[in-house]
Each structure stands twice: as C-alpha cells, then as structure tokens.
Write a protein of this length. Sequence first.
Length: 364
Amino acid sequence: MESQTTNSDYKLWRKANLVYLVFAFFPMVLNPQLRGDWVAWAATLLAIALFLPIYWVSYTAPPSRQLLACGAIAALGLALTPFNYGGNTLLIFAMAAAGYGLPWQRAVLVGIGVVIAYAATVHLSGIPQIPTLMLAVIGGMVLLGAIMSRLQERRNAEMKLTQDEVKRLARMAERERIGRDLHDLLGHTLSLIAIKSELAGKLLSRDASAAAAQIADIESIARKALGEVREAVTGIRATGFAAELAAARLSLLSAGVSLDSKVEQMPELAADIESALAMSLREAVTNVVRHAQADRVEVELESSPRAVLLQISDDGRGATIAPGNGLTGMRERVEKLGGQLSIDSAQGVGTRLRIWLPMVAVPA
C-alpha cells in the first residue's frame, strides 16, 4: 500500500511539473519582436509536442536509455533556441531528468554540457547571454534537487531493507529462544512421565497401591509442567530489549536523528521486566520521531543485582509527552512490576524519561 501511494504521488508530481512549460512562452509574450513571429510560435508548439512523450519516457526508461532521453530533450531545447530563447525551459527539464535518472557524476556532466551548448547556441544566434545565466542558476538548482531526491529515495529503500533484515533476525532469534526454553522445560519432565507411566503399568497387576502412587506422581508432575508451560507462553511474546534498541536506531536514523547508546552488557532479566523496558523504549522513540523535533537521543541502561535503570533523553523542543502519547500505558506496565517512572520535560530543553524496575517483579 505504501509503495502504491508513493508511486501515485510521484506520477502526480511529474504531471504537475509540466506547468513550468508556460515559461517557454514568456519570451514571445514579453518580447514585441517575437510576439507576432508565427514561425517562433509554430516552432515552440512543435518542440513541446515532441517533448511530452520523451519527457514521460525519460522517467520510466531503463538506465541504458536515460541518457538518450535526456539528450533528446536537450536537442529539442537547443533546436528551439534560435527561434525562441525560451528553449532553455526544455533544457531545465533535461537537467532534471538527468539528475533523477542518471548516476550523479554523469548527471553533473550532462548539466555542464547542456549549459555550455546553450551558451554557444545563444551566442551564434546573436541573443544576449542573460538566458544562459538563468539556465545555469535555475537549472543547477533543479539538477541538485533531483540528485538529492534520488539519493534520499535510495537511502530510504536501503533503510527499509535494513529494518526488514533486523526484524527477520529478531524473529529467528525468538524462534531459537522458544525452542531452547521448551526443550529445557519439557525434555526432563516428559522423560520422567514416560518412565513413571511404564512403571505404573508394570505395577498395576502386582501392586495396585504402588501403581496408584506412581499415577499420583505423574499427575503432580504434569500439573507442575502445565504451570511452567503457562509461564513460558506468557514470556514468548516478550520483546527483547536488544532487538528493540536496534529497531529504535534504524527508526531514528530514518528520521534524521542520531542515537547515542550507553548500554552495558545486557543483564539476565525476567521476561516481563525485559518486555516492559523494550515497550517503554519503543513508546519513547515513537514520541521523539512524531513530536520532539530532536537531533539526538541518548539511551542509558544500568543494572545492579537489585534493580535496572533505563534513561532515555532527547534534545528536542520538550513538553511533548502527554497521556495520549502512550504515557499512561507505559506507567501502568512499570508500576505493575513494582517500578517507578519519572519524566523531566520543559519547553526548549528536551525530555528525559527515567524508568526504574526491581530485578524481581513485585506482584500487583
């Protein structure tokens, strides 16, 4: 859905840019000598009619044909210039297409070549060089903007691939953790149940009371195992803090915010404690991206045998955390585990979120 929306916006942007073709007619409207020159009018209309299909192809052609499309647009502009120096409008479109469709080094060379060719054409046509200066300034800005736009799109695409890879690795690690937990949890228990069941079967015909005792043991072991499985299932969906920290780094980077992580080697945490820390980090990062207008975020995690402390600070505009931004749910999770949550946030000085949790969760 996101890709379809982006593609639709891109097509709309390309169509909207065609409005700038009106500048090709300015010289004929403003210059009395060209105003009644029907040859100039005919040449301009013909050049634009030929330009439109080439312009559309220039943004969809494979890389091997991008340079050809840019050259064709530039040739139309140069051919129009002796009749109407507003042909530099088509040259600006050629520079934009080069910036978006070609490697930036080649696009810069194309831009320089277009300006030089236009200057020579203007000189040979006896036209003042003012349109050349306009082409160099406006065309250069358009070329730079197109190059930066393409580089940003590429960066966003690479960022999405990186985020997908982090998620994939996180899922793999989670599956491995679940497998180890289930093996450790049920392996011994099921073996013990199998042995006692076999023993009870052998004792049933010889000593019914002993067999009943074994069956009672099996029931007790099974109930205990069931409780352990329920506890394990509760923690299966717990989000790992390390994975959440990696996702936070990518999310902030894509928003242009740097992350300074001061996290010690991850201590052994109970699943509910680690999940609470991870969810709090996620909420805080979401708040920074949406509201804080920050340039830098700092995450600190300190632990002792008795407690763990998470601090998340940003240098944004401050006073951005409100109950509607997830604070209520964050506070409830922390307090349910016997922890404390505090926020220091003043206008213009950023925000510091402090979460303290005991190593052993306190029942609510």
